[in-house]
Design a protein around this ligand. Structure first.
Ligand SMILES: Cc1ncc(COP(=O)(O)O)c(C=O)c1O
Length: 459
């Protein structure tokens, strides 16, 4: 029986909510998607909007035909929707990108030469790595263990930094622990020391209202595919000056105002200002439209209602896991710190890859195991292990029984029904108490059910 209150808003309708997947036993169950932090399912509303638009799809910008004009309007209206969604300031701009990684690399390419970038080593690799390029200096700040420590560490680093342009990059919500970062306080501190701030909202925007005006950040980046709109678009939004002064991120059509042949045989280019400068090539109109549709759907559902429901799911999850002593939750700021619906843990005596494989094969539950593209953070949380480097998210030793050098992450959001979390908690309890019903083997670095060998767990 579910103990989650039903007084709150219902989950939003998402695609895949009724997909049946096979268990290793041969039974079929409804898939429990608990890997929203990687990619969330598409909202039904987004899918319907895209389907309704698809017959009218046409080339964007410059096309003379009716559908080109309609598509151009929709593309630009999508930009306005994102501006509203993020509560941007008057002079801010929205650049459509491929996703957060692309947005942050775009910003890195647009920083004035000599910019010093400050970033906590706990960031997702997409926020940690784009700044390692010629002409920039990066200060990696050590993992703070509280909000106050984070603000103090930033203050100290900035106070000792030489004159010149500075950027601080921070995530709104951790993709590993789900914990919220004190973005407004950090931004205030950064601005006091003359540094600008970019917010990585990849994990925050799907769960929380993000007001650029209220947080005071200079730029924000997020991804459509984590915001229920998996059509290949993302956003970089914020201040125009550095973006307009920079070389275009991609050189090509759309980024140019004029291109002329010079007498000496060379080609002179006048680049556009505004978003077009960094959107060379044919724009992803369906991606932008889908992303805007998701922004509208979430705003209409209301973040207050969505958050209230999510917080109740989080409370249920945490209480359920707290009853299982073998489970150790990973946290940077303490178990009670505010978070979104993302939680990572290890299970004593279990390899995380083995545990995740059993959740999938025996219960139809999709979670993630690994280092979640935040290797320094996860290793800090696991006790500072320096293990063999692995691909993003890939498991390390994956044989059952081997000690875990990585973690398991469960993540959810606006489309998650109560049953998925209840099934997850039951599965964790059963696996910890009774062990896996099946045998598993290592296949190419992943733990998979060995269908040739095993039978069911004895009753
Ligand atoms: C906090 C955070 N930042 C950035 C990214 C990168 O997003 P994308 O893969 O959509 O570019 C992710 C993806 O997991 C993330 O969780």
């Amino acid at each position: 029986m579910s103990v989650i209150s039903t007084d709150l808003c219902a989950p939003l309708a998402v695609l895949g909510h009724d997909v049946q997947v096979p268990l290793v036993s041969g039974e079929k169950v409804t898939y429990a998607a608990l890997d929203y932090a990687a990619s969330s399912p598409a909202l039904q509303r987004v899918w319907d909007d895209v389907a309704a638009y698809a017959p009218y799809y046409g080339s964007v910008h410059r096309g003379a035909g009716y559908l080109s004009q309609l598509s151009t309007d929709l593309f630009e209206q999508s930009r306005r929707t994102v501006e509203e969604f993020l509560d941007l300031r008057e002079d801010d701009q929205v650049v459509f990108t491929r996703a957060t990684t692309d947005s942050l690399n775009l910003l890195a390419s647009a920083l004035p030469p000599g910019t010093r970038v400050l970033v906590f080593e706990t960031e997702h690799h997409a926020s940690l790595l784009p700044w390692r390029r010629t002409g920039l200096t990066v200060d990696f700040l050590r993992a703070p263990r509280s909000h106050a420590e984070a603000v103090a560490a930033l203050e100290e680093a900035l106070a000792g930094a030489p004159e010149g342009p500075k950027l601080f990059c921070v995530t709104g919500a951790s993709n590993v622990t789900g914990e919220l970062w004190p973005v407004a306080e950090l931004t205030e501190a950064a601005h006091r020391h003359g540094a600008r701030v970019v917010l990585d909202a990849a994990q925050l925007a799907p769960h929380h209202r993000v007001s650029v005006r209220e947080l005071g950040v200079d730029w924000v980046a997020f991804s459509g595919h984590k915001l229920y709109a998996p059509f290949g678009a993302g956003v970089l939004a914020g201040r125009s000056d550095w973006l307009d002064a920079a070389e275009p991120y991609l050189a090509g059509g759309g980024a140019t105002r004029t291109v002329a042949r010079e007498a000496d045989g060379s080609v002179a280019v006048e680049w556009n200002h505004g978003p077009a400068r960094h959107e060379a090539g044919s724009p992803n109109v369906i991606g932008a439209y889908a992303l805007a549709s998701a922004c509208r759907a979430l705003s209409e559902a209301g973040f207050d209602a969505l958050e209230a429901r999510e917080q109740q799911l989080i409370a249920r999850l945490k209480a359920g896991l707290a009853d299982i002593p073998e489970v150790k939750e990973l946290s940077l700021f303490g178990a009670d710190s505010a978070r979104v619906g993302v939680l990572s843990f290890v299970v004593q005596g279990w390899n995380s890859s083995h545990f995740s494989a059993a959740l999938s094969a025996e219960y139809g539950i999709g979670v993630r195991d690994g280092l979640f593209c935040a290797h320094p953070l996860v290793r800090t949380l696991l006790g500072g292990e320096e293990a063999t480097p692995s691909e993003c998210g890939a498991p390390e030793p994956s044989l059952p029984g081997e000690r875990s050098l990585n973690a398991i992450r469960v993540s959810f959001g606006a489309g998650t029904p109560d049953e998925h979390l209840e099934r997850f908690l039951r599965a964790v309890r059963e696996l910890v108490t009774d062990g896996a019903a099946w045998t598993y083997r290592n296949e190419g670095g992943r733990c998979v059910a060995d269908t040739a060998v095993s039978g069911a767990r004895p009753a």
